[in-house]
Every structure is written in structure tokens, then in C-alpha cells.
Design a protein around this ligand. Structure first.
Ligand code: ZN
Ligand code: ZN
Length: 261
């Protein structure tokens, strides 16, 4: 089995219009859309954004004749206090691949302009505290996505992160290692937000704690970004001696070679 993109969005997300067929023109061997689940989402007028599971099934049925294996994925934005609602949803609508994200804190999304009006350390303190709590308590999930999401609007170096947050990131990475969650390298972090330096810092920190489960996610919202940055992100991992990536399917984890591109 070859590695496939484990993070991408379609029109089932509030912030994407992309059609399944536009991803599927490349006839990938395996395809998994990971559309947004964010309750009381500040990035969308505090609506509950929940992907339409029946529509996901309809889409998969529509392409049944294709030589593509379909999995069901979801990107779950977790705000402490929402867990039981999330578990109820997942009990009714089972997903093969569950990404865990920290996008918002109940008041604002960490990408909103409002973060620019606040002290950057106050934002980062809150963001990493939320991440620590979620990685400790949350009882679903397979992959911690874009660990630097809450830093994207801030001017921050890996040295500052190391100085102030290394102990906390150590606890966070220990949490995900204990849970067998993967650590994602996210293409938007690398390309759009120029945060590769933060992964240069985080990857060896996670490895030194025993972490071995890396994933690549394009986080595509349009089909042209499918598998975006895979060669760059793969090259960084290889530099740190990583040879395999992790694929998550329900309770199963498969290790496969890092793709060439
Ligand atoms: Zn996300
Ligand atoms: Zn995403």
C-alpha cells in the first residue's frame, strides 16, 4: 500500500466548495476526505458545522465504479466541554479516520484577526493549554493536526517556542504517543504560513520522546492542492532519519514508505 493524503476538504466543509470528482480525476488508490466538524464555530457565525454523513455516503456510492477505495474521514475541532456531544456524534456516525484539531476556544478562532489585538504569549499560552488538555482527555481521534495552527497569525520563532513551551510540548507529545495518535506535517503550515521551522524544531522533540507515527496532510480545500508539499515535507522527515509514514484506518495503523513525491 502506498501513502495517501490524510487531510483534505470538500464541499462537505463550511470553507470548501470542492467536488469529489475533481480530486478523483487522478484516480487515487485510496481517497479519504476529512471534512470539518466544529461545534459553535466562531469562523462560521457560531454555527455547528457538522459534515453531512448521508451526503458523504452518496458521494462514495456515486464513484463506486472507480478503482478507488473510499474511507470516511473527519477533522474534529475540539473545545473542552464539547466532548460528550462529539462522542455522541461519532457513536452514530462512524469514521475510519479522525483528525483532532485545535481551531478555536469557544470565543474566537485562533486564525481570527482578533488574535492580532492581543498579547501573543497570552494567545499561545491559551492555545497550548487547550492542546494539552485535549491530548490528555479526548477519547477519540487518530492524528494531531497542524500543531502550530494557533501560532499562524503571530510572529514567533522556534527559539521562542522552545524557550517558553518545550516542557508543555513534551507533555503534549507524550500524550499523543501514549494514545498512538500520529503527528501531522501540514502543507498549509509549510507553504502558506511558512512555519516549516516550527516543524524542524518539533519533529526531533517528538522523536526523542519515542514518537514514530508521522503523517502528511495537504489540508487541501481545492483539488489542485491535493498532496501539496508532500516532497518537501517528506524530505524534512528523511533528514531526521524517518523512513515510514503512518496510515490510520479505524484501530489499525499501517506503516508505509515515504513517497518520492
Ligand atoms: Zn484544521
Ligand atoms: Zn483541515
Amino acid at each position: 500500500m502506498n501513502y495517501y493524503d490524510q487531510h483534505l476538504h470538500t464541499f462537505l466543509s463550511f470553507d470548501s466548495e470542492e467536488r469529489f470528482e475533481n480530486y478523483l480525476v487522478q484516480q487515487p488508490a485510496t481517497f479519504v476526505a476529512t471534512d470539518h466538524f466544529d461545534l459553535k464555530n466562531p469562523a462560521h457565525a457560531f454555527q455547528d458545522d457538522i459534515p453531512d454523513y448521508e451526503e458523504l455516503l452518496r458521494q462514495q456510492q456515486k464513484f463506486i465504479s472507480q478503482p478507488t477505495t473510499f474511507l470516511k474521514g473527519i477533522e474534529i475541532g475540539v473545545v473542552p466541554g464539547q466532548e460528550s456531544k462529539i462522542y455522541d456524534y461519532l457513536a452514530t456516525y462512524p469514521y475510519d479516520l479522525q483528525l483532532v484539531s485545535i481551531h478555536q476556544n469557544g470565543q474566537f478562532d485562533y486564525m481570527d484577526d482578533i488574535v492580532l489585538t492581543k498579547d501573543k504569549y497570552t494567545i499561545m499560552d491559551e492555545y497550548f493549554q487547550q492542546m494539552e488538555r485535549v491530548t490528555e482527555d479526548f477519547k477519540a481521534g487518530h492524528i494531531l493536526t497542524h500543531f502550530e495552527y494557533g501560532l499562524r497569525r503571530l510572529d514567533v520563532t522556534s527559539h521562542e517556542v522552545a524557550t517558553r513551551y518545550e516542557e508543555q510540548l513534551t507533555r503534549i507529545f507524550k500524550n499523543i504517543i501514549a494514545k498512538n495518535w500520529g503527528l501531522e506535517l501540514n502543507a498549509k503550515s509549510f507553504a502558506k504560513y511558512q512555519n516549516a521551522q516550527l516543524y524542524e524544531y518539533a519533529v526531533p522533540l517528538y522523536q526523542n520522546l519515542g514518537g514514530k507515527l508521522f503523517t502528511l496532510g495537504s489540508d487541501a480545500h481545492i483539488a489542485s492542492d491535493f498532496r501539496n508539499q508532500f516532497s518537501q515535507m517528506g524530505a524534512m522527515l528523511k533528514k531526521f532519519g524517518v523512513t515510514e509514514l503512518a496510515l490510520f484506518q479505524n484501530k489499525e495503523i499501517k506503516l508505509v514508505p515515504i513517497p518520492e513525491s
